[in-house]
Design a protein around this ligand. Structure first.
Ligand code: BMP
Length: 213
């Protein structure tokens, strides 16, 4: 089964609640990041907890271990079930994020390669592969890898075994869910759902990937 993860990058609490309410039957988790949290505060997590969807904190933490730990502790104290950090910061920072997540019964996902065109400037040439190795050494729960480059995500899959892969880039960024669903554990979809005039119908279109049918 491939989970559908709603990337809730809207700027207003009411819109966020309305989208989650409509899409709820067709999604498995909700990913929240800087746009919504900077606009409405971290308290949005408690408001959305009513919909019983695990919340992923996408702060792409990229800092020294101590600061990483402080950020992660705050995230988990607010009811998030997972946090995303960057991998390029190195083993001690990633380990701090993983440890804090696990101490709080949460998960840590590490950005290994990004989905946008410019990601190739630095992630290609062996960096993503090294981050994938670090993910295994640090005991992280999984990685973020691009739906826009399924062939790259397949390479990363071969390096991380059965750790989870959450994959953004489907829909607005042009990633084809048919091409990526079979090699990842979750597809992250934002604008294709929350910018739709009918978010429920838009989310429902991805349901076939949840059931594998
Ligand atoms: P959209 O489907 O609207 O393109 O949104 C994708 C979401 O995934 C956004 O929240 C974005 O920040 C995030 N994301 C991404 O697109 N590519 C990455 O490599 C990593 C991400 O977290």
């Amino acid at each position: 089964m491939t989970e559908i993860i709603l990337a809730l990058d809207v700027m207003k609490k009411d819109k966020a609640v309305s989208i989650v309410q409509k899409a709820a039957p067709y999604i498995d988790k909700v990913k929240i990041g800087y746009p919504l949290v900077l606009a409405e505060g971290l308290g949005i997590a408690e408001i959305l907890s009513e919909y019983k969807k695990p919340l992923i904190a996408d702060f792409k933490v990229a800092d020294i271990p101590n600061t990483t730990r402080l950020i992660a502790e705050e995230v988990f104290s607010r009811g998030f079930s997972a946090i995303i950090c960057h991998g390029f910061v190195g083993h001690d920072s990633v380990r701090a994020c993983v440890e804090t997540a696990h101490e709080n019964m949460g998960e840590c996902y590490v950005v290994t390669e990004m989905s946008h065109p410019g990601a190739v400037d630095f992630f290609h040439g062996g960096v993503a592969e090294r981050i994938a190795e670090l993910v295994c050494e640090a005991g992280a729960d999984g990685i973020i890898a691009p739906a826009t480059r399924p062939e790259r995500t397949a390479v990363l899959r071969s390096l991380i075994g059965n750790k989870k892969i959450l994959s953004p880039g489907v829909g607005a960024q042009g990633g084809d869910p048919d091409a990526i669903a079979g090699i990842v554990d979750g597809i992250i979809v934002g604008r294709a759902i929350y910018e739709s005039s009918d978010p429920a119908a838009a989310a429902r279109q991805y349901s076939c990937f949840r059931t594998g049918i």
